[in-house]
Ligand binder design. Structure first.
Ligand code: PLP
Length: 437
C-alpha cells in the first residue's frame, strides 16, 4: 500500500492529454496544477503555495476543507448517498429550512437545482408560468449561466410548455465609470438608467414581459455596485407593470457582500432569488430558487413542468446545512463585512492613489474590483498582454488572482484573516509597481 508519488508534470500532462476545458482554445491552455487546499491556501505537488484571492470561481466562501462541512458530507454518504427528488428527505428539508431562515419572510419555498445556470432557467420558467407572459429582460452587463436549449430540443411532450415564442431583450445597467448615459454622478446615472429601462419596457410591450432578471451586484461583469435608488426603481417598475423581479445572487449571495443576501443592502425584496456557489461553497454542486409566497401559492394548484434527477441531492443538501450552520456559529458573514469595511475598502483606495494604473475601485464585503487602465484620463483598458503578464507575476509570487478583462477582482474566501489580506495586498502592490506605466 505504498503511496504513489505524483508530480506536477504528470498531472499537467494527463490533463492536457485527456481533459477538455471550459471557455478555452484547447491548444492555448496552461492550467495550474493543484494538489490540495485548506482555509485560504492552496498548494501543488512540489509544495508551492498560493494565497487565494479568487475563491476559485468566487464560490469558496467558507474556505477550503472546512472540517464541519467535510464531516457532514461523510456522515450523509454513510447514511444515504442519493435519493430521487420526488421523495421527502431530511437533509433536503433541513437545507430548504436553513436557507429560508436567512431570507426575508416572504420566501416560502426552495426549488433545488444542480448549479447557478439551471437555477436561472427555472426562475425564468416560474416567472413565465406565473405571469402567462414570455419575455425576459436582463442587463447587458451580466452573467447568468451557460445552459442552452435542452428542453426545447427534447422530443417528448415535456417540451411543449417550454416552447416560448419570444425570448429575451437586454438593457444597460448603471456603471458610472463607463457610463452609457453621459452621467456625471451616481444620481444622474441612476435616474437615466431607470428612464432607459422604462423606455425599454414600453418598447418591448409591458404585457409581454414576464420578468426582469438582474444580478444584484453584477459580478463577472465587474462588481458593479448599483447606485442608491437603482434597485428600488427597478422594483417599482416591476410593480407598476406586473413584472416578476428575479435577483441572481449566485455570486453575490451567502456572505460575499458582507450580508447573507446582497439585496438586503438595497432595501428591496425580489420575487425570486437564484443562488448556488456560496450556499455550500460548491463542496457538492448545488443551486436553487427561493420562491415568494405569492408565486409558491400559484403552484399549489398549477403544474410545474420542470425537474432534475439530482434536484436536492442529499450530499449537496448535507453540505448546505453544515455550511450555513458553520457560517452562523463562526460569524462568517459579519467577518466578511468587517474585512471589506476595515481593510479592503481603505487599502484598495490607498493603493489607487499610488498606482496610476488603477482607474477605479469598487465593491463591498469580500467582493471588490480594481480596473486597470493605460491612460487614466481616457480610461483606456489595460491591454490583454499586460493583464496576462500581471497575472503570471501574481501567480509566481504566490497569489491566486481572479482576472476578468482589464480588471483584477479581489474576491477571497469570506474567512480570510486580516494578515492574509495584508499579505495578498502587498504582493499586488509589488507586482503593480513592477508593471507601472
Ligand atoms: N449567475 C451568476 C451571477 C454567476 O456568477 C454564475 C457563474 O459564475 C452563474 C449564474 C452560473 O452558475 P453555474 O456556473 O453554477 O451554472
Amino acid at each position: 500500500n505504498k503511496e504513489r508519488i505524483v508530480t506536477n508534470d504528470e498531472v499537467y500532462q494527463m490533463d492536457r492529454d485527456h481533459v477538455f476545458h471550459s471557455w478555452s482554445v484547447q491548444g492555448q491552455l496552461n492550467p495550474l496544477v493543484i494538489e490540495g487546499a485548506k482555509g485560504c491556501k492552496l498548494w501543488d505537488y512540489q509544495g508551492k503555495e498560493y494565497l487565494d484571492f479568487s475563491s476559485q470561481l468566487v464560490n469558496i466562501n467558507i474556505g477550503y476543507q472546512h472540517p464541519k462541512v467535510v464531516a457532514a458530507i461523510h456522515q450523509q454518504v454513510d447514511k444515504l448517498a442519493m435519493i430521487a427528488p420526488s421523495t421527502a428527505n431530511l437533509a433536503r428539508g433541513e437545507a430548504a429550512q436553513r436557507i429560508l431562515a436567512h431570507a426575508p419572510d416572504v420566501f416560502k419555498k426552495v426549488f433545488f437545482t444542480n448549479a447557478g445556470a439551471d437555477a436561472n432557467e427555472n426562475a425564468m420558467r416560474l416567472a413565465r408560468l406565473f405571469t402567462g407572459r414570455t419575455k425576459i429582460l436582463s442587463g447587458y452587463r451580466s452573467y447568468h449561466g451557460n445552459t442552452g436549449s435542452a428542453i426545447v430540443a427534447t422530443g417528448d411532450p415535456r417540451r411543449i410548455p417550454n416552447e416560448y415564442a419570444q425570448g429575451h431583450a437586454h438593457f444597460f445597467q448603471p456603471y458610472l465609470y463607463r457610463s452609457e448615459f453621459f452621467a456625471d454622478d451616481e444620481s444622474q446615472e441612476c435616474q437615466r438608467a431607470l428612464t432607459h429601462l422604462r423606455h425599454l419596457i414600453s418598447a418591448e410591450g409591458p404585457q409581454s414581459i414576464a420578468a426582469i432578471l438582474l444580478e444584484t451586484i453584477p459580478g463577472t461583469a465587474g462588481i458593479l455596485v448599483p447606485p442608491e435608488g437603482y434597485l428600488q426603481g427597478v422594483r417599482q417598475l416591476c410593480d407598476e407593470f406586473g413584472i416578476v423581479l428575479i435577483l441572481d445572487e449566485v455570486m453575490a449571495g451567502f456572505g460575499r457582500t458582507g450580508s447573507w443576501f446582497a439585496f438586503e443592502q438595497f432595501g428591496i425584496v425580489p420575487d425570486l432569488v437564484t443562488f448556488a456557489k456560496g450556499v455550500n461553497s460548491g463542496y457538492v454542486p448545488a443551486g436553487g430558487v427561493l420562491i415568494s409566497e405569492a408565486i409558491a401559492a400559484y403552484f399549489n394548484d398549477h403544474y410545474f413542468p420542470g425537474g432534475l434527477t439530482y434536484s436536492g441531492h442529499p450530499l449537496a443538501m448535507a453540505a448546505i446545512v453544515a455550511t450555513l450552520d458553520a457560517m452562523d456559529e463562526e460569524k462568517v458573514v459579519e467577518h466578511a463585512a468587517m474585512i471589506g469595511r476595515e481593510i479592503l475598502a481603505p487599502q484598495l483606495h490607498q493603493l489607487a492613489t499610488r498606482h496610476e494604473m488603477i482607474g477605479d475601485v469598487r465593491g463591498c464585503g469580500v467582493f471588490w474590483a480594481i480596473e486597470l487602465v493605460s491612460d487614466k484620463n481616457l480610461r483606456t483598458p489595460l491591454a490583454d498582454d499586460q493583464m496576462a503578464a500581471i497575472k503570471a507575476d501574481l501567480l509566481s509570487a504566490g497569489l491566486l488572482p481572479f482576472i476578468a478583462g482589464n480588471r483584477i477582482h479581489i474576491v477571497p474566501p469570506c474567512v480570510i484573516t486580516p494578515d492574509e489580506v495584508e499579505a495578498g495586498l502587498s504582493i499586488l502592490d509589488a507586482v503593480l509597481t513592477k508593471h507601472a506605466l
